[in-house]
Write a protein that binds this ligand. Sequence first.
Ligand SMILES: [Mg+2]
Length: 231
Amino acid sequence: MSEPRTAIVFDADETLIDLRPAVTGALVAVLEEMRRWTPAAAGVSLANLESDWGAVFGALSAAPVQEIRRAALARSLARAGLDEHLDEFAALFFARRFALSRPFPDAVPALAALRPRHLLGLATNGNSRAERCGLAGQFTFELYAHENGLPKKPAPEFYAAVVTAAGLPPERIVYVGDSPEHDVVAAQRVGLRAVWLNRAGLPRPSGLIPDAEVSTLADLPDLLLDLFGRP
Ligand SMILES: [Mg+2]
């Protein structure tokens, strides 16, 4: 078979990987452990832990995700006087978060359907390593921000690294993701094509013009035949 002349590159979190239940489950485990350690944690809620992420994210958005999560956990632990035990609680959080990380049901079947015709890549800002999230061996290349000096999306250098890894002209590469800003606008800015995965059926943000929009990854194989032509 000839070498694929197109590459499909995926965002990880909320595109291929159902991150929310994993993070929620990990936060619940942290909260239960806090309550085992001290009665002072009785007044701390899951909503508090969730809001602590939002409170630190803005100031740290360019930092590695693990660092942002540690800062959020530190804030949560301080609510119950447990801030000296950040390392133990961070270890618990990440163990649960990865143990609970799963691909969406449409992910692996879509990758299997695409693989005969396209080079497949993973390129993420986060720490959802393929092999820790049920996607081992699925990709020709994997790029993780903060490894080998790779900056996070939406830096143009992130997508330039995608182009280099794919070894194809930008217009032969499709980036697929759930974030209008990171996965569509910023990818298109460097010449990639972009598919917006809109699982929730959200209204399209004004000015957003993805090359295509899908509500499920199951629609990708047909869509890409339309974008690149049928054999
Ligand atoms: Mg995402």
